[in-house]
Design a protein around this ligand. Structure first.
Ligand code: GLN
Length: 480
């Protein structure tokens, strides 16, 4: 499959978007990863015909003209269902498109279908999806990561060049690393969340999966920009994202000392050792950074995220939204309790209970308020780090993709996100770039972080890292 920019150029110069969409739909039909929840052949082909017609007529073509895109199941589309991987919303149809989806369509992209995710985006493996686990296209015995596992798998398997995901604590970057693709979590406030089913509103961001940073910049330029429907979104108008220098020379790269943790797989440790040398020989300015609060990230995240989730998910009660239990003689309270017990899976129920607990009278100060204080300290620590470096570099994950069913302990699963949650807690942008493979041929990922709203320089540094990787003949993992 070609990159998004190659497809768009082809269509802009008269190539058929319809043919591209037909080819894409056939590939999705033949795919066995369970990445897709459903496809929209009729609507997608009609949209492609319109793109072809407009271009034939000489109307200006969008920057994503004819590019097939997949949308995570927790982002609203008027086609199909928006189920959030849950029985609770198994048949929910959104009456509107998310702003991010509207922006893609306006740029000429073709929405070909919805992709599976962990239930309500809670998980790191896509195994909590009510519609079946997604398999990693690189090795079908492994998880694709999560929660945006379907989005990562769809790009990794070469089905689409761009897929939207959401990232609350790592759900774009971790699956990108596991599947050998690029995943961008923009700064908090860069991309409108209107139409994203909320998990933890102070942490959630929508972002693209692509095969490289140049395509990520193309998609991000379309997605970002103010939206009156999302008051947390920076009002600056949509504008293209230009990659500046894609050279490592002189770039101040901070490596947190804490990211060389004992818990890393050997392959991850070796990748970091090799990368450090490559950075030095490319004349990057490598500095060690002490992020002493990095270890507090997971506990802080699991207090704040569950607290917000317990509030956001209160609307799914079988009356306002979601699955309704068949219980004709039940009182309203009983009906809600029954509907929620039937509609939500185990992990979602665990989060709601945890979140309700940390917000309850008597525990609020000890947990929620304390987590907010640590959150501020974590943010301050990152901001201080960015006064002495341009980007922070670490592994994206402590290990490569684990086997399906390989992690059953929830806390062990939560620890998969120890390098990613910090960016959400601090609101800063992060990108995962594929960087080599382990002895079993599984992709490894490197995470770069930058200061708030420095998304453009982040992607430029990501492109520089890709160049370094390619020049050193290290596998770029994306292989379909
Ligand atoms: N894996 C993390 C969680 O389970 C992050 C999820 C996400 O970013 N949506 O909460």
């Amino acid at each position: 499959m070609k990159s998004a920019r190659m497809i768009a150029e082809h269509v802009q110069s008269g190539g058929s978007a319809v043919a591209i969409v037909q080819e894409t739909l056939a590939k999705i039909d033949a795919d066995s990863s369970n990445a897709f929840r459903e496809t929209f052949p009729t609507e997608a082909l009609a949209a492609a015909e319109e793109v072809d017609r407009n271009i034939a007529r000489g109307s200006p073509a969008g920057v994503l003209a004819g590019v097939p895109v997949a949308i995570k199941d927790n982002i609203c589309t008027t086609e199909g269902r928006t189920s959030c991987g849950s029985k609770m919303l198994e048949n929910y149809r959104s009456p509107f498109d998310a702003t991010a989806v509207t922006r893609l369509r306006e740029a000429g992209a073709i929405v070909v279908g919805k992709v599976n995710c962990d239930e309500f985006a809670m998980g790191s493996s896509t195994e909590t999806c009510h519609f079946g686990a997604v398999k990693n296209p690189v090795d079908s015995s492994r998880v694709p990561g999560g929660s945006s596992g379907g989005s990562a798998a769809a790009v990794s398997a070469g089905l689409v060049p761009i897929a939207l995901g959401s990232d609350t604590g790592g759900s774009i970057r971790q699956p990108a690393a596991f599947c050998g693709v690029t995943g961008l979590k923009p700064s908090y406030g860069q991309v409108s969340r209107w139409g994203l089913v909320a998990f933890a509103s102070s942490l959630d961001q929508i972002g693209p999966f692509t095969r490289d940073c140049e395509d990520a910049a193309l998609a991000f330029g379309v997605l970002r920009g103010g939206d009156p429907k999302d008051g947390t979104c920076d009002p600056a108008p949509p504008r293209p994202c230009e990659l500046t220098s894609t050279n490592m020379k002189g770039l101040r790269v901070g490596i947190p000392t804490q990211s060389a943790s004992d818990g890393n797989a050997d392959s991850v440790t070796n990748m970091m050792t090799g990368l450090r040398k490559q950075l030095a020989s490319a004349n990057a300015d490598v500095v060690d950074i002490d992020l002493s609060l990095l270890d507090q990230g997971i506990s802080t995240y699991y207090v704040i995220a569950t607290a917000e989730a317990s509030s956001n998910l209160a609307r799914f009660d079988g009356i306002r939204y979601g699955h309704r239990a068949q219980a004709p003689n039940a009182s309203p309270d009983e009906l809600m309790a029954l509907s929620r017990s039937e509609g939500f899976g185990e992990e979602v129920r665990r989060r709601i209970m945890l979140g309700t607990y940390v917000l309850s009278a008597g525990y609020y100060d000890a947990y929620y308020n304390r987590a907010l204080k640590i959150r501020r300290m974590i943010r301050d620590e990152y901001l201080k780090a960015f006064s002495s470096c341009d980007v922070l570099l670490s592994p994206t994950t402590p290990s490569p993709a684990f086997p399906l069913g390989g992690i059953t302990d929830p806390v062990e699963m939560y620890l998969c996100d120890r390098y990613t949650v910090g960016a959400n807690i601090a609101g800063i942008p992060g990108v995962s770039v594929p960087y080599g493979r382990d002895q079993d041929n599984l992709p490894l990922g490197v995470q770069l972080l930058a200061a708030p709203f420095a998304d453009e320089s982040l992607l430029s540094a990501g492109a520089a890292l890709e160049r370094l990787r390619d020049e050193a003949n290290i596998d770029g993992a994306w292989n379909a």
